[in-house]
Write a protein that binds this ligand. Structure first.
Ligand SMILES: *[C@@H]1O[C@H](CO)[C@@H](O)[C@H](O)[C@H]1NC(C)=O
Ligand SMILES: *[C@@H]1O[C@H](CO)[C@@H](O)[C@H](O)[C@H]1NC(C)=O
Ligand SMILES: *[C@@H]1O[C@H](CO)[C@@H](O)[C@H](O)[C@H]1NC(C)=O
Ligand SMILES: *[C@@H]1O[C@H](CO)[C@@H](O)[C@H](O)[C@H]1NC(C)=O
Ligand SMILES: *[C@@H]1O[C@H](CO)[C@@H](O)[C@H](O)[C@H]1NC(C)=O
Length: 268
């Protein structure tokens, strides 16, 4: 008897706390969260999300729209939209697989949700997007996820190097800032003359006054606007300067030694 009365009052307290929490925050609508957009092979993507715990959420309906903006070099964008309605009883569906026609192509995937309840006049709307690319046809394990930029080091000497950021051309984005900086002190590279060919617009950045035989981490930020959203492609590179010398290091120890010998002979 005592035990069961205790049990009932504990339950009432828990219930009060739960109701109290809802009253305090003023809302009990939650949104599902996009967890992953993964290229499965050369044509298919999987999109996964998770719902908030049903103890927190009082939505009757959650409407989800998944927009796939498909695009590639010299090929205009194409939009595929999928709509889903979730009730509290079928929130067990938390992923879909979408298969497309083209191979190794870019997708800007936007996941939006609108949570509503008959007892609450507000709605909760959120939209989250990801940029991905499907895998190559020849080697389906290679799914390039470097976005629109590739960075390459060149002209490495004992106190300088050049990092070139190559932006893929003829895609429906607007190129904004390109920032290349050293991870340690944040020093930015000096921009040199850019060049363009049919595939890339290449922007070189030079770093000088560096220490010899030192490994530098370079952070590369490629800012761009895609379908109205401002996005950043961030990558890091590790570059090691050559050993100290009056000569430009050619990347070949043998020839470096040969030149040192010749020089000491000339000046002796
Ligand atoms: C890629 O995966 C999807 C989904 O599993 C499948 O329907 C499709 O046939 C696959 N495509 C290729 C080219 O393997
Ligand atoms: C969930 O259930 C509702 C009501 O039965 C239905 O209209 C909706 O299509 C279902 N959603 C999914 C994703 O199966
Ligand atoms: C969300 O759903 C509510 C109720 O149907 C609607 O009034 C509102 O316009 C929707 N919001 C958005 C951003 O779609
Ligand atoms: C580039 O994008 C980053 C990250 O969003 C931002 O912090 C930075 O201010 C942007 N730089 C410029 C010059 O727009
Ligand atoms: C364009 O330039 C890049 C970087 O310099 C180079 O790797 C690529 O081979 C060039 N492509 C063409 C088609 O010339």
């Amino acid at each position: 008897m005592n035990m069961s009365r205790n049990f009932v009052s504990t339950c009432s307290i828990l219930l009060l706390i739960l109701v109290g929490c809802d009253c305090q925050t003023g809302t009990s609508l939650t949104e599902p969260k996009l967890t992953a957009v993964i290229p499965l092979n050369s044509t298919a993507l999987s999109v996964s999300w998770e719902f908030a715990s049903s103890q927190l959420d009082q939505s009757d309906l959650i409407r989800v729209t998944i927009d796939f903006y498909e695009f590639f070099t010299n090929y205009g964008s194409n939009l595929t939209s999928r709509n889903y309605v979730f009730t509290p009883s079928n929130r067990t569906i938390t992923s879909i697989v979408e298969n497309f026609q083209y191979v190794n192509i870019f997708y800007y995937v936007c996941f939006s949700s609108n949570s509503t309840s008959t007892s609450i006049s507000n709605f909760l709307y959120l939209r989250t997007c990801r940029l991905v690319r499907t895998c190559s046809r020849a080697n389906p394990s290679i799914c390039p996820q470097n976005g629109f930029t590739i960075a390459t080091p060149s002209t490495i000497t004992s106190n300088s190097f050049i990092i070139t950021v190559h932006w893929l051309n003829n895609l429906p984005y607007i190129r904004d800032a390109t920032i290349v900086k050293l991870a340690g002190n944040g020093a930015t590279g000096t921009p040199l003359a850019s060049s363009t060919n049919s595939t890339y617009t290449s922007l070189p950045f030079q770093f000088t006054g560096l220490q010899s035989q030192t490994s530098y981490t370079v952070d590369i930020f490629g800012n761009f606007t895609l379908f109205g959203s401002s996005l950043t492609n961030m990558t890091s590179l590790s570059v090691t300067t050559s050993r100290s010398s009056n000569l430009v290091y050619t990347g070949n120890i043998a020839s470096f030694v040969l030149w040192s010998v010749l020089l000491s002979w000339l000046f002796s």
